[in-house]
Write a protein that binds this ligand. Structure first.
Ligand code: ADP
Length: 300
């Protein structure tokens, strides 16, 4: 009855990466390595992660009519993502300009470009995609009003998963649609605001849940995650791996969790699977290229 296990609505960026000895100060020019260009953006990352696991996946996004847009469309299609919802034009493709020094510290400038032009009307015009999708996931690298439109465009039986990244305070109507809201420590703290919270992630999960989401997941890096719903709060064990690069771990986790919820898994079951996917992703360099297949997750 559904054509897609998962519809991702979100950003697609070209990540332009240059290695430098030292990141430049104001007014300074430094020489760096050859430029590396990688497909990225949280929306495209989640879509690629889900498709690689075998989920039938569509992406609703906007890229520019330019080389970076074509690079993104190619990487999505080669991962098996349906790009029928990827709109082209209106502004240049979003880019992240990233300089990385030998210690791994980076400085990043993001130009949202076409991502900033993904509008509520684009969401309304894609209603057939919403009606064809069991689960819809979103992040916050597109305009907030577009994400609010996503939450009000869901088919009656489909489920909404939000990773509010980059974090900002969320309107009640959006919080109420989340099942679950997925946050890391930093995102939890921003969404909870200054309401003096302690150091216990179980408390953050409970306080977040009281703000309206039907369920909450807090990701804890190498410590795993925890899930919270009306049934209570429970821990999701971490999977021990040798971490090489944690870029994209949260995107892989969210995509895997959303996909498994759509196949009928309970929230703790889906989160346990997602923790394995996140762990597999950190064993390899890069974002999209580090995302595992279902066979690689089983072998972990
Ligand atoms: P984000 O990238 O959004 O900050 P996290 O770093 O919490 O998200 O990672 C998401 C999930 O990926 C974690 O909940 C965990 O399951 C898995 N993960 C991340 N880092 C590691 C690690 N070093 N070892 C094992 N699993 C990890």
């Amino acid at each position: 009855m559904y054509d897609y296990d998962l519809l991702v609505v979100g950003s697609a960026n070209a990540d332009l990466v240059i290695g430098v000895e030292r990141r430049p100060a104001a007014g300074e020019t430094v020489l760096g390595s050859d430029l590396a260009v990688h497909p990225g953006g949280k929306g495209a990352n989640q879509a690629v992660a889900a498709a690689r696991l075998g989920a039938s996946t569509a992406l609703l996004a906007r890229v520019g009519d330019d080389g970076h847009g074509r690079l993104l469309l190619d990487s999505l299609r080669s991962a098996g993502v349906d790009t029928v919802g990827v709109l082209v034009g209106g502004a240049p493709t979003g880019v992240a300009l990233i300089t990385v020094d030998p210690s791994g510290d980076n400085s990043i400038v993001v130009s949202p470009g076409a991502n900033g032009r993904l509008a509520p009307e684009d969401v309304r015009a894609a209603s057939s995609l919403f009606h064809a999708s069991r689960v819809v996931s979103a992040q916050l690298e597109i305009p907030l009003e577009t994400v609010v439109a996503v939450a009000s465009s869901l088919a009656p039986d489909s489920r909404f998963v939000l990773n509010p990244s980059p974090p900002r305070p969320l309107p009640a109507v959006l919080l109420a649609a989340c099942d679950p809201l997925i946050v890391n420590e930093h995102e939890a703290k921003v969404i909870l605001g200054d309401s003096a919270i302690g150091d216990d992630p179980e408390d953050w999960a409970r306080i977040l849940l009281a703000k309206g989401p039907r369920s909450v997941v807090v990701t804890l890096g190498a410590e795993g995650a925890l899930v919270a719903s009306r049934d209570g709060v429970s821990r999701v064990a971490s999977v021990k791996v040798d971490a090489v690069d944690t870029t994209g771990a949260g995107d892989a986790f969210t995509a895997a969790l959303a996909y498994r919820l759509g196949t009928g898994a309970s929230l703790p079951e889906a989160a346990a699977y997602a923790a394995r996917v996140g762990a597999a992703a950190v064993t390899r360099e890069g974002a999209q290229v580090s995302f595992p297949t279902a066979e690689e997750v089983d072998a972990l």
